[in-house]
Ligand binder design. Structure first.
Ligand code: HEM
Length: 427
């Protein structure tokens, strides 16, 4: 068993402590923030996620965050509902066509709905996934992009690999190409709905001292990169743990159906108050973080105090989400799915000694996730809609053990999740 600080590479430390979150990711008065360690290729256009400059990052963040924050999500709640309804119709048809029950890959369904929602919020055009429940090639290209990023991060760590692999121009990111395509299209279209991410980001370009077009394109693209798959992964992981733990599934289903009497009660305001569901979400993220590895930071030129020690300059440091969520010295029953540990009864009882602060699923500090409100809303609305309409169960008696899943940098290897769905009997 390793301790909470592990040297995971010649120049890299991994931490699992609450203090490390503060020291690595938060801003300290009068001190420069620790920079993100991202692969740097010549003339690469930074957006938000990979922006190494504190001042530019803060400007970009303000612009993007205003398009996906709580208010923006509430204003666009109808977009979430219309896409979720499209998914629901597919599920209902499959059940009807199969004599009252269907076995399907729910992971694929989640990927389709999440991709269409982000497309719709982005510029008012979905990716068409929910038409025939099919993902376009762009989805695979985006996943590949994240894998390439993981390889780039590894190459960044040594002078030799930097010289060999990172001195050439990087090919355009698929999300940027898609953003440029949509920009052209929106110029041609006469029917514009301006309350979308792309329009809001480009509004800034036209302001005095606004950001330039190249940066705006890359910034808008970051919302696709950050939002196209993260929520789907959170939903798949959580559904896996729910069908693996039928008593927890029964508890959350009962909460949903008892609090929301009719279909029209499935609203953002109502689902936010479901306390067991909230605990399910948090626990799902603990065991199945969408970015399981870490986004490293690099210590400053004079070094930094981290977890009480002075760490030399230019050392890579980070908290690995997967490791922190499953660290058995921080969690009782670390590998078990126990939403109760996030509820008062668990916090004051059996799980009182859990070190909840060793995870921050949406990160901490000035570079935490600006998509949190959207993730919270979408996760809840999709899961609630599914469990309100259907009884679900694992299709196989013996579920594969996902704790052995291979992790490739920022992405865990995807696998299908076959579930059996039947209409809830009382409807
Ligand atoms: C369950 C869903 C999600 C999780 C768990 C998640 C998690 C995270 C985490 C951990 C970071 C920090 C990365 C770092 O270390 O620097 C981050 C950053 C970011 N996320 Fe999310 N995210 C989710 C959904 C979304 C969505 C839906 C969007 C956009 C629509 C989004 C956009 C971003 C962006 C743009 C950043 C970079 C922020 C910055 O550097 O200032 N995320 N996210």
């Amino acid at each position: 068993m390793y301790g909470p600080i592990v040297r995971v590479g010649p120049n890299e430390l991994s931490y699992v402590t609450e203090e490390a979150w503060n020291d690595i990711y938060k801003t300290r008065k009068g001190e420069e923030q620790l920079k993100k360690a991202f692969p740097q290729t010549p003339s690469f256009q930074h957006g938000l996620m990979d922006n190494p400059y504190d001042d530019q990052q803060a400007v970009c963040r303000k612009i993007l965050a205003s398009t996906i924050n709580d208010q923006a999500v509430r204003r666009n709640e109808n977009i979430l509902h219309s896409n979720i309804s499209a998914l629901l119709k597919h599920l209902q048809r499959k059940v009807r066509d199969n004599g009252g029950k269907a076995v399907l890959d729910i992971a694929h369904c989640y990927e389709c709905v999440a991709f269409d929602i982000i497309g719709d919020l982005f510029s008012g055009e979905t990716f068409g996934c929910l038409k025939d429940l099919e993902l376009p090639p762009l989805h695979g290209e985006l996943v590949l992009g994240l894998k390439r990023l993981a390889i780039g991060c590894a190459f960044q760590t040594s002078a030799l690999t930097r010289f060999l692999f990172l001195r050439r121009e990087a090919p355009p990111l698929p999300a940027v190409t898609e953003t440029e395509r949509r920009l052209k299209q929106s110029k041609k279209s006469s029917e514009k709905r301006n309350d979308n991410i792309l329009s809001h980001v480009f509004e800034d370009v036209n302001r005095p001292n606004g950001i330039d077009r190249k940066l705006a394109t890359r910034l808008a693209a970051d919302s696709i990169i950050g939002g196209f798959d993260t929520i789907a992964i959170a939903m798949v992981g959580t559904t896996y743990f729910l069908v693996q733990n039928p008593s927890k599934l029964a508890t959350v289903t009962a909460e949903i159906r008892s609090k929301l009497k009719s279909k029209s009660d499935i609203t953002l305001a109502n689902v936010n108050s479901l306390r067991y569901l909230n605990a399910v979400f948090t626990e799902g993220l603990r065991l199945w973080p969408p970015g399981p590895e870490t986004l490293r930071r690099i210590t400053n030129a004079q070094g930094n105090i981290i977890n009480g020690d002075l760490i030399p300059p230019k050392t890579l440091v980070g908290v690995y989400h997967w490791t922190a969520g499953r660290y058995s010295r921080a969690w009782k029953d670390a590998e078990a799915f126990v939403p109760e540990r996030w509820l008062e009864e668990g916090m004051n009882g059996k799980y009182a000694n859990d070190q909840r602060g060793v995870i921050n699923s949406f990160q901490a500090g000035p570079r935490n996730c600006p998509g949190q409100a959207l993730a919270n809303a979408e996760f809840r609305l999709v899961l609630v809609t599914l469990l309100w309409h259907f009884d679900i169960a694992a299709a196989e008696h013996q579920l594969p053990d996902w704790s052995k899943t291979k992790i490739f940098g920022l992405v865990a290897n995807k696998q299908p999740l076959m579930v059996k769905i039947t209409p809830r009997s009382e409807i």
